[in-house]
Design a protein around this ligand. Structure first.
Ligand SMILES: [Fe+2]
Ligand SMILES: [Fe+2]
Length: 373
């Protein structure tokens, strides 16, 4: 659920950590809370919206598919899934320090995204008077609360659990209009599915690389995310005005923002990806490809992420991000100048990707898809 609008703040994994964290000392709860609370362009956000406007949602154009999805979610296929069969104690602590920091960053960032969904969905369920909206968001909040709770259990086993009550009260909330929430959350759910399933498939092929048991939970977990995305696909298809005219430009913006954010974040975790046997560039483009194929159910355009020119601009953005980081680390007037040049370069790379030709897509009659990746 990330939607950056500027690139003046783009930290690496260790940015929010205490100075001793990379030196091999044990991470503390203070470190993970700082990571979860971080308010940066690339960190997962908490959202708020115009709740009253959500009461006007009318799902009757997609009623048949909607009711089938609600029945599936009410049947709760993953009710028994998020239970540990063993203690995970000692596993994170035994990792090499650099991998431990990046894996912890991965867990905290995943926890923050899951919990961000939980907070937003619960609030919508609590406030709405629309019965369809209330039912959906209750079910969504149920799942995200389980997901966040499960990751937090893993962190607690290592003594670095995040105080979610304090996080709810202290994290900054970003306001988005309902339609922007829909674009952002639809993509966040679907890219979440694609990320989890791509890691799960990699470890199924290379079980020796499974350095933590949590990855074994990803297959059924990602099916929850897939269903969540289906619900937002139906909400978007129920109101065709959200998918045409000037809104096509917003859709392009959100697609690019989500992809670019993921690319920068994942490239800040080289040790984590090396341990999984994944090249972050290959992994990210695989995830973008899955996400683009899925989003044909709802978006009238898709980004041409396989085009070499698009990929060169993405690497320009990554290089510019590195320059911003280097400028911040250096400080002083020269560091500031370096940062400003980096910001300008990042803005240019983003704009060129935004203006890169897109592929048009005719929406299919039936919205629902199966998680077949
Ligand atoms: Fe989730
Ligand atoms: Fe989800």
């Amino acid at each position: 659920m990330n939607a950056p609008t500027t690139f003046d703040r783009a930290p690496g994994a260790a940015d929010a950590l205490a100075p001793n964290a990379l030196a091999g000392d044990t991470l503390t709860k203070t470190d993970t809370m700082a990571m979860a609370r971080a308010d940066t362009v690339l960190s997962p956000r908490f959202y708020t919206t115009d709740f009253a406007k959500l009461d006007a949602i009318d799902v009757s154009p997609v009623r048949r598919e909607w009711d089938a999805l609600m029945a599936e979610m009410q049947a709760d296929p993953n009710r028994q899934h998020f239970r540990r069969t063993e203690s995970f104690a000692g596993i994170i602590e035994a990792l090499d320090p650099a991998l431990r920091v990046e894996f912890t960053d991965f867990l905290v960032s995943s926890l923050t995204s899951e919990f961000s969904g939980c907070v937003l969905y619960s609030e919508i369920a609590r406030r709405t008077r629309n019965p369809d909206v209330k039912l959906l968001f209750k079910l969504l909040a149920r799942d995200e609360s389980r997901h966040a709770g499960f990751i937090n259990e893993v962190l607690k086993d290592a003594g670095i659990g995040v105080d979610l009550g304090f996080l709810t009260r202290s994290k900054k909330y970003t306001y988005f209009r309902p339609k922007f929430i829909f674009y952002a959350v639809y993509l966040s759910e679907k890219i979440g599915y694609a990320r989890y399933i791509a890691i799960f498939r990699q470890l199924a092929a290379h079980p020796e690389r499974r350095f933590h048991p949590i990855f074994s939970w990803f297959e059924q977990w990602c099916n929850d995310e897939f269903r969540h995305g289906e619900a937002f696909a139906l909400l978007l298809r129920a109101d065709p005005a959200l998918l045409r005219g000037a809104n096509r430009l917003w859709i392009r913006f959100f697609l690019l923002s989500v992809y670019a954010t993921m690319y920068l974040r994942d490239h800040a975790r080289p040790e984590f990806h090396a341990a999984l046997g994944l090249d972050p560039t290959d992994y990210d483009y695989r995830v973008f490809s899955i996400c683009s194929q899925i989003s044909r159910q709802v978006f009238p355009v898709e980004l041409d992420t396989d085009c070499p020119a698009f990929r060169r601009r993405m690497d320009d953005l990554l290089a510019a991000n590195g320059q911003i980081e280097a400028g911040r680390a250096r400080g002083g007037v020269i560091g500031l100048a370096q940062r400003l040049v980096g910001i300008a370069r990042a803005g240019l790379a983003f704009a060129r990707m935004y203006l890169h030709r897109t592929k048009p897509n005719a929406l299919p009659e039936s919205v629902r898809m199966q998680p077949s990746w």
